[in-house]
Design a binder for this molecule. Sequence first.
Ligand SMILES: [Fe+2]
Length: 226
Amino acid sequence: MQRFNIFNQIHKGLRALLFDTALCLQQTDFTNEVEAEEALNKVRETVLLFDEHAHKEDKYILPAISDFEPSVMDCFEKEHEKDIMLSNQLTASVETFFLLTSPTERVMAGQKLSIAFMEFTIFNLQHMAKEEDLINTILWRYYSDENLVSIQHQIVLSTTPWLMDFYSKWMLRGINNAEATCWLQSVQQTAPEVVFQTLYSKAQTELSPGRFQKVSDGLLEGVLTA
Ligand SMILES: [Fe+2]
């Protein structure tokens, strides 16, 4: 039986964010102020969303495994500390960039930032894969899918709406059509109408017209067969 993967949707969103930012950094001419500012903003957004995500896992997921596997919890807490150290490095590079005035210095700072971002990306890709392997194995051993959905629900409720808006954008960009349909269906069934309408409009903005059509068709089929 396929179990509920509490990390699936958020990690897909965060990976989409990493890949998008990494590509933007590759394509940025750091001597161009507008392009540089756009790239720096993407790095800021990445750092913010990864930091918040690590806090949520420290608060809601790691405590769920601490009684059963304290050493695993300890190991992941340490990884989150390393993640914060890598984030701080990125923030320092971003916030000092415009102190540099010459084009040569900016190109070099852009290269340094890109390398720091690659290190951040590699670390987080491995970290998320490890969470989906090791932590899921423990969660599935000790908790039902209903328990896990309830933990996910607590995480969503504890996330401020403006941050949820950012996460929703990246999750929509990162997940497949069936997952998007399923997400919309569950919001439609469990949340107030306005929450569903906001997510539905966001899906229309974030997905290509072809993908949005498939997701809408799937949603309608679900309503007709319910
Ligand atoms: Fe995670």
